[in-house]
Design a protein around this ligand. Sequence first.
Ligand SMILES: Cc1ncc(COP(=O)(O)O)c(C=O)c1O
Length: 404
Amino acid sequence: MTNEELVSVAHQVLLGNYRSAPYVFTEGQGCRVKDVEGKSYLDLCAGIAVLSVGHSHPDLVRAISEQAAKLMHVSNLFYNDRAIELGQELVRRTPFSKFYFCNSGAEANETLLKLARRYHYEAGRKERTKIITAFQSFHGRSMGALTLTGQTKYQEGMGPMVGDIEHVPFADLSALRKQLDARTAAVILEPVQGEGGVVAASSEYLHSVRRLCDEAGALFMLDEVQTGYGRTGRFLASEWSGVVPDACALAKGIAGGFPFGAVGIRQELALGLPPGSHGTTYGGNALACAAALAVLRIFDKERLVENADQVGSYLGQRLQALAADPSVPAAAEARGVGLLRGIAVAENHDPGAILGEIRKRQVLLSIAGGKVLRFSPPLCVSQAEIDEGLVVVEAALRASKPRK
Ligand SMILES: Cc1ncc(COP(=O)(O)O)c(C=O)c1O
């Protein structure tokens, strides 16, 4: 069957809530995917920063197959050995002393929200229910995560939102200072706003937020769903600033494509969610944890966090040069950290049309913040693959005609 034929079947049977491009993929290897017609694409999107070790890494495939043949799930009525092992690994690699496992980024952020309120409640501070997040943030689509999300377009027609959640401009300390008060439970931010357009917070800002939260008696939590797990060239993006949050949401790349979310929690908050207060049936099942453990082993064996740093810096330099080149007026500004990068398209050019051209030339990217061509490739991407992708991206930017 062709892409077109299968897409028409998809239109009949799949809910039309996505704006999926008309490509049907059937297999992948490393940084390449193939569509149903056998055409190969260079994948610099990686399922929106998910395929951390690339498509179908043999070690990940083996770990999932072996675990599936052994034990997949027992529920949290019991323990499983793989979840305990994963918890130990993550405690060793992060500043957190406890981990909670779930299945997605939205779920991880729901957990941050509930932990923030319940932690204060358990300590007798029942009035601390206010949560502050940033405009242009993205935290997921479930009602709590959607309310945290500071972009009204995602909330349209979904109201009423969850109560007592306020938004402030990102990187604006005085706005935050005005909102922080004796009723604030937590401030939740992304270290780099991914969906908002690949906008990085400065180290000074994050340090100041940490200090203001401490002074106000509020928790400081980070949503590292997109930035965590090596994506920025450090295991956690917060390592760039040295700021340690009270809790941190992770998802996307953790299990290399297998659905997984996690929350890392500092010891002080460990009693914030007492037995029975929160949970999910699939969370931390043996199969997902085996996938997550395999990803960590691949990271170590192939030094993928270091690769994200090195190849990410190279990509950053190339994007800076493109943005500074007056002969490419459609390229306005380079952004990002590590292998979470973007190039903002100039106001008078059409980002959607440019992305369409790039995809037609068999390179996969995504758009963030409406106008930023986002690069979020597998962490195993090589410099040669980046060069190959940039030839196409540059050609599409050069060919773009300004809008009338
Ligand atoms: C920073 C951030 N938080 C949360 C989410 C939601 O994750 P999920 O789609 O797995 O629910 C995303 C997804 O793009 C994200 O980028």
